[in-house]
Each structure stands twice: as structure tokens, then as C-alpha cells.
Design a protein around this ligand. Structure first.
Ligand code: SAM
Length: 246
């Protein structure tokens, strides 16, 4: 605990208890404490994160699911559906939580990063590797009820201002959304309609500041958009629905 506190960990006591409970090498040069003191996110050091009430395995170099993303999960579960896609899945946490909330679903996930795909597979998710929709099996076209996407949306210039835990231990492909942060949102929104079932919905995590741009992208993609926010969690989600008959 003293080493964690000296390294600036605000919740040193809680973190020490979690690391000690793990039963692995705590004190060696590559032990859990040394990794944490070197700035690796606690969740990557532990190898798991609690998200949406689930324990999700997390490998080094894989994006740490943020608690604000639970808003996207809650919206997806409220909408309901049987065919769920978790695009830009990282560890697969979003898809797993949506599936847990809905019960019987067909869940397919995809990510461009093979390390993330391997992690999602370790979590039992049918995860495919590739660039956005290229990774999805063609038989999903026009059948997706819920297209859940937490894509990178940090503007390139803002990455340098992120905490070192993110900047140094999460891959830039998991953070960088291009000049205004919305490159991936525009690409996802442009392609989503072809994959959605009539009445199906695209759910895109965004920020309050970027929400007008995400909404515009969704509208340009032929979807009917609305914004859901939760200021307590600093969360914003754009929901784009493929209107029935369109
Ligand atoms: C912000 S992280 C979110 C991960 C996960 N959805 C979550 O909330 O924990 C974004 C993810 O998108 C993936 N990604 C970035 N560009 C991609 C692309 N062109 N196609 C598919 N996945 C991509 C990254 O590898 C990363 O895992």
C-alpha cells in the first residue's frame, strides 16, 4: 500500500486489497505492484474489470471499459432485440453486458486490433477481426437489431492531454478518432443502415460536445437520431433508428 501511495495512487488501500486478493506475484520486479507503480491501469494489472455487473477479462493493451459506457448498454437493453453486434468491441464488455441484460441473443463482435479480438474471445464472445463492417459475416446484413458501437472518438490533438494510464497503456487505435474525433462515427453511421433490420438501432457513444456531429453523421446515414445523456456519469449516446419501411 505504501508503494502504491508513494506512486500517487489515490485509492491505494482499495487497490492494494484487490492486488493482494489476486494471489499472483505481488512483489517481484514484474509483479503486480511494480506494474501498477509503473502506471499500468489497475484493470489491466488485475486482468479483469467489473462492467455492467459482470467480471470481464482484460488483457494488457486492451482498452479499459469505462463505467459511463453503461448508458449505451442500458439504452440497448431498453430497446431490446435478438441480433446484437458489438462493433469496435475491445474486450467485448459492451456486447456481454447487453447480452446479459437481454437473455437469448445472437451476439457477434468485431475489432480491428487482434489483441482485442483475442481478449473478447477469451471472454466467450464470437469476435471477428477486421475494419468495421468488413469483419462481419454477410448473413447479418439487414438483420441487426442492435448495433452497439463505442468507437474511438478522442480528437487526435487531445490524446496528449489524456491521463498517462490511457495515453501510455491503451493503443492509439482505441483512442484516436481523427481531427474532430468523429471519423469513425461518420464511417459507422454511413454503413449502418445496410446492416440494420427494419426498426433496428445504431447506438454510438459520444460526448456532449461532439453529439451534434454524431447526430449529423447518423442523419446523413439515413437514420432517425436522438441523443441520450447522463450528466452524473458524463455519458452521451446517439441512438439512430432505421425507421420501419425505410
Ligand atoms: C474506445 S475502444 C472501445 C472498446 C469497447 N467497445 C469498450 O467500450 O470497452 C475502441 C475500440 O475500437 C477499435 N477500433 C478502432 N478502429 C477500428 C476499426 N476501423 N474497425 C474496428 N475496430 C476498430 C479499437 O481497436 C478499440 O478496441
Amino acid at each position: 500500500m505504501a508503494r502504491l501511495r508513494a506512486a500517487g495512487c489515490v485509492f491505494a488501500e482499495e487497490e492494494a486489497a484487490l492486488l493482494a486478493a489476486d494471489g499472483r506475484d505481488l512483489d517481484g520486479p514484474s509483479g503486480l505492484v511494480a506494474r501498477r507503480v509503473a502506471g499500468e491501469p489497475l484493470e489491466q494489472v488485475l486482468g479483469w474489470v467489473t462492467f455492467g455487473g459482470l467480471r470481464v477479462l482484460l488483457d494488457p493493451g486492451v482498452f479499459v471499459p469505462r463505467q459511463r459506457t453503461a448508458l449505451l448498454v442500458e439504452e440497448a437493453v431498453a430497446l431490446g432485440g435478438r441480433v446484437v453486434v458489438d462493433l469496435c468491441c475491445g474486450s467485448g464488455a459492451v456486447g456481454l453486458a447487453v447480452a446479459a441484460g437481454l437473455g437469448e441473443v445472437e451476439l457477434i463482435a468485431a475489432d480491428v486490433d487482434p489483441v482485442a479480438v483475442a481478449c473478447a474471445r477469451r471472454n466467450g464472445v464470437d469476435a471477428r477481426a477486421g475494419d468495421l463492417f468488413d469483419a462481419l459475416p454477410g448473413q447479418l446484413r439487414g438483420r441487426v437489431d442492435l448495433l452497439c458501437v463505442n468507437a474511438p472518438y478522442v480528437p487526435t490533438d487531445a490524446i496528449a492531454d489524456m491521463p498517462p494510464e490511457a495515453r501510455d497503456h491503451e493503443p492509439v487505435t482505441a483512442l484516436d478518432g481523427g481531427a474532430d474525433g468523429l471519423d469513425l462515427h461518420r464511417r459507422v453511421a454511413a454503413g449502418a443502415r445496410a446492416w440494420l433490420a427494419p426498426g433496428g438501432a445504431l447506438l454510438l457513444e459520444t460526448s456532449r460536445r461532439q453529439a451534434p456531429g454524431t447526430l449529423a453523421a447518423v442523419a446523413a446515414g439515413g437514420l432517425s437520431g436522438r441523443l441520450v445523456t447522463d450528466d452524473d456519469r458524463g455519458a452521451a449516446v446517439v441512438v439512430g433508428t432505421r425507421v420501419t419501411g425505410s
